[in-house]
Each structure stands twice: as structure tokens, then as C-alpha cells.
Design a protein around this ligand. Structure first.
Ligand code: HEM
Length: 444
């Protein structure tokens, strides 16, 4: 039997290339039910880099044919980074339980790998599943995704600084010497109001899918597998991607109502991803080659105040128009901003303190990020304000790229409406080969 998520030899594809065919094995044989037309649409969407695909456009906001998309689990890079951003997120951070040793961690990563390979193909977490096992044992799968297709699920794993050194200076996994020198807690940035309960952590899992139930099912079952070995420290649900990572995707909007992701790194630019996203073979440490660094920031938006700001001022703060998303220097959405262009009064058309200018590579030594964040609304606070914002996720070859941009954003006029309340950094190992567990090269 072919291992889940493994392309058969004849159709194996280079990571980052569109796949010849979707091998979607849905929980109810979805491709068969949909018929050839829908299956063909899904096929164009299935690779690490989509080739366009009806599913992508028609289902860009969940539902529809997007549910049919299946991404390979195995490859040179982990899925969920340059994969066309799905619409939903469940992000979870775990701490190892006291007593977990090196062998225990390897066991956990092996079990997580096997489960993730199955789940991302639309299979139940283990054979037997929710209803096929013994009447006298708890079901192997929790069951809430029965009947749902893979929904483009990707599962991405990362290691936080605490894998290499615990808070009290311990090294329970014998990995201190393997620590990436750059994997340290992020510096404190101006305006940070970080809550310990939403900050840091040893192991992260990013589950993205076009159906929230599928993403939640993945995290729930992976948490269950970790029982007795690692415990959930904090987690975040996200809806409505705030970035596009493929030129085939329409640019979505964040909760300020602006298009977000216009100038993002896209999967169709492999050279750019090599330069700015993937740790390269010559970089330190060698075990992280093909991987990346993930920064997560829970950014609360004070949307009640924002909603009282005049349209013209909102656009000035961002540096782009609200409708089209075009730079205020003119043109359309994808026109490069011209920071020199001046209006009739001689003042620059794009405010020097605007978000777009301060985040732009031209003022950050060329640094670029692959942004992959999600909107969130987690109820409301005691003052009746929505606990809403942007769960910012970015992947970069070096944490320095994020530090550089975030430091520049200290002068950002948007800050008046933002509060960074959570923060974490992870080293995301490279892709998994068949027969390996995720992060295996760390333990070689
Ligand atoms: C809630 C907070 C934030 C909001 C509402 C926001 C919104 C936006 C918007 C509307 C754009 C323009 C469209 C685009 O190119 O995507 C943009 C661009 C960008 N943002 Fe943010 N952003 C936020 C936080 C951040 C953070 C924390 C960083 C990184 C430290 C960041 C980095 C960037 C970058 C690199 C660009 C592209 C700049 C360019 O090359 O033109 N943003 N953001």
C-alpha cells in the first residue's frame, strides 16, 4: 500500500511545482462523487504552487470545489508555507511534559508525522478511524471530520527555542549543540504588550484548511496523540486568510478592510523564496536546510477606534487605497509604490510614516517576508470591544528579516490602532522524505 501523502513514483513532482494530478483520497471518495470535471479543477490546484485552477478562484473563500484540493505531505519543504494560503487556521503551541526525553520526543514526532501524512490526504488519523474499531475501545479518530474532504489541509511543524534549552537552562533532549544560533526569543519591540499565556513555546503545529472543522480536527487529534508527552500551551483559530501566497489567488482583506498580501512573496517566484524564505544548504545549521523560521504575532486591532477614522486618513496610514489597494502614488493594485512621487503641495503622495513605506524592502535593507496570517475574532472584552485582530504569521530565511521590518514599523502610524499581545518564534525544519519523521535531521 502506498504511504499516505506519498506520490506514486511515476507522478512524483518536484516540490514547488504543480502536480500532474490530485490524488485526493477523501473521507468518502470525494473525487469519485464530484466527477471528472471537478476532479480536473482540483488537479490544477494541488501542487505546492498552484497553476491557477478553478478550485482556487471559485473556492478561494472556502466551500465549493476548494474542499477537493489535496496537498502532498512529503517533499523538499514542508507544506503550508508556499502552499496557496487556505482560508482557515488552527495554530497550536505545545510544551513537552516533564520527563519527556530524547527518545520520547522522537516518538512523538514520529507519531505526529504518521498522523499528519494521513490527515492531509483526507484520511482519518489512524486505521480503524472513528467507527471501524472495537466497540470496547475509544475510537482511533475523534470523528468530527467524517465525510469531509481533505479541504486543502496542510500541517506544518516547528521547534521553538525551548526544545534546545528549557527556561531553567536544561537540555532534556541533548540538542543544545544543535541549536540554530538565530533561534532566540525575539527582542522586545516598542509597544509590545505581550501576554505570557500567548507567548513562546517549544513545539508548534500550524494546521491550515479551507474548512475550519478539518483544521480543528487535525489539531485535536494531534493533541490527543501527544497526551502524556506534550501539553497544549496556547492556540489560535483564524478565519479569512490575510495574505495571498500565489499569483492565482485574489488578494483578501484584513479587519481594517484593506487588501493584504499584495506585495507578498508568491510561490510562483521560486528564486525569491530561495533568497528570502528557505534556509539554504550553506546556512547554519545544516540540519535546517530547506526549512524556514516562523514568526507568530497575535496583533489585537482596536477596530472600534479605527472605524471612526476618516477614509482618507485610513488610506494615508496604510499608503494604499482602500478599494483597489493601489499605492497612493498611483496605478493599480500591483503597481510598485513610488515613494518619491509628490502631490501639488510638494508633499510625498505616500506618507513616509505609512505602513507600506516602512515595511517596504527599500527601507529595510532588501528584507522581505512571506506573510501567511489570518484574521481572528475571539469574543469581546469587558468593555464591549471585539477581541479582534490579525494573527500575523511570517516565514523567513532568517529571523533578522522580521526583526528588521518590525523595528522599522516602530514609527508606523497604524500602531495607534494595534497592540501586539502574543509572540513566538520557531525553526521550521525542511520537508519530510518518505520513511522519515519531521525534523529527523536534527537528531542525526
Ligand atoms: C495588524 C497589523 C497589520 C496590518 C493591518 C497590516 C496591513 C498591511 C497592508 C494593508 C499592507 C499592504 C498590502 C500588501 O502589500 O500586503 C501591508 C503590507 C506589508 N506588511 Fe503589513 N500589516 C500589519 C502588520 C505587519 C507586520 C507585523 C509586519 C512585519 C513585521 C508587516 C509587514 C508587511 C510587509 C513586509 C508588507 C509589504 C510591503 C511592500 O513590500 O510593499 N505587516 N500590511
Amino acid at each position: 500500500m502506498t504511504e499516505p501523502g506519498v506520490p506514486a513514483e511515476a507522478e512524483r513532482v518536484e516540490p514547488g511545482r504543480a502536480e500532474p494530478e490530485s490524488r485526493g483520497v477523501s473521507r468518502r471518495g470525494l473525487l469519485g462523487l464530484l466527477g471528472a470535471g471537478a476532479a480536473g479543477a482540483a488537479a490544477g490546484f494541488a501542487g505546492g504552487a498552484a497553476t491557477a485552477g478553478v478550485a482556487l478562484t471559485a473556492g478561494a473563500h472556502g466551500g465549493g470545489a476548494a474542499g477537493a484540493s489535496v496537498f502532498p505531505f512529503y517533499g523538499a519543504h514542508q507544506a503550508g508555507i508556499t502552499t496557496p494560503a487556505q482560508d482557515r487556521l488552527h495554530f497550536a503551541v505545545f510544551d513537552p511534559d516533564p520527563g519527556l526525553d530524547r527518545e520520547g520526543l522522537i516518538g512523538l514526532l514520529s507519531d505526529w508525522t504518521a498522523a499528519a501524512a494521513r490527515l492531509s490526504q483526507g484520511l482519518e488519523v489512524a486505521e480503524g478511524g472513528a467507527v471501524g474499531g472495537s466497540d470496547y475501545a475509544p475510537p482511533a479518530d475523534t470523528g468530527e471530520a467524517l465525510g469531509l474532504p481533505a479541504s486543502g489541509l496542510t500541517i506544518t511543524f516547528g521547534f521553538g527555542p525551548e526544545v534546545f534549552e528549557t527556561a531553567d537552562g536544561g537540555d532534556p533532549f541533548g540538542l543544545a549543540a544543535r541549536r540554530p544560533p538565530e533561534l532566540v526569543a525575539l527582542p522586545r519591540f516598542q509597544g509590545d504588550a505581550l501576554e505570557p499565556a500567548r507567548t513562546g513555546g517549544a513545539l508548534c503545529i500550524q494546521a491550515c484548511a479551507d474548512d475550519p472543522q478539518v483544521a480543528v480536527h487535525a489539531i485535536r487529534n494531534l493533541s490527543r496523540i501527544a497526551f502524556g508527552r506534550a501539553t497544549l500551551r496556547w492556540s489560535q483559530l483564524g478565519f479569512g486568510r490575510t495574505s495571498s501566497t500565489s499569483t492565482a489567488q485574489a488578494t483578501p482583506r484584513n479587519l481594517f478592510g484593506f487588501k493584504d498580501g499584495t506585495a507578498n512573496i508568491k510561490a510562483e517566484e521560486p528564486g525569491v523564496a530561495d533568497e528570502h524564505v528557505w534556509v539554504q544548504p550553506g546556512d547554519e545549521p545544516a540540519w535546517l536546510a530547506g526549512g524556514s523560521y516562523l514568526v507568530a504575532r497575535r496583533i489585537r486591532m482596536v477596530i472600534e477606534n479605527w472605524d471612526r477614522v476618516q477614509l482618507g486618513e485610513q488610506e494615508q496610514l496604510v499608503g494604499r487605497s482602500k478599494g483597489e489597494g493601489a499605492p497612493l502614488s498611483g496605478g493599480t493594485e500591483f503597481t510598485e509604490p513610488d515613494f518619491e512621487a509628490a502631490g501639488p503641495t510638494g508633499a510625498p503622495l505616500i506618507d513616509p510614516a505609512s505602513h507600506v513605506r516602512l515595511a517596504h524592502p527599500s527601507v529595510n535593507g532588501g528584507a522581505r517576508l512571506l506573510r501567511r496570517g489570518y484574521n481572528f475574532v475571539d469574543g469581546n472584552d469587558a468593555l464591549g470591544r471585539l477581541d479582534a485582530g490579525l494573527f500575523f504569521l511570517s516565514f523567513q530565511r532568517s529571523p533578522e528579516q522580521f526583526v528588521r521590518v518590525q523595528t522599522s514599523l516602530a514609527a508606523d502610524g497604524l500602531n495607534e490602532y494595534l497592540k501586539h499581545v502574543g509572540s513566538a518564534i520557531f525553526a521550521v525544519p525542511g520537508g519530510v522524505a518518505v520513511g522519515e519523521f519531521v525534523g529527523q535531521r536534527l537528531f542525526d
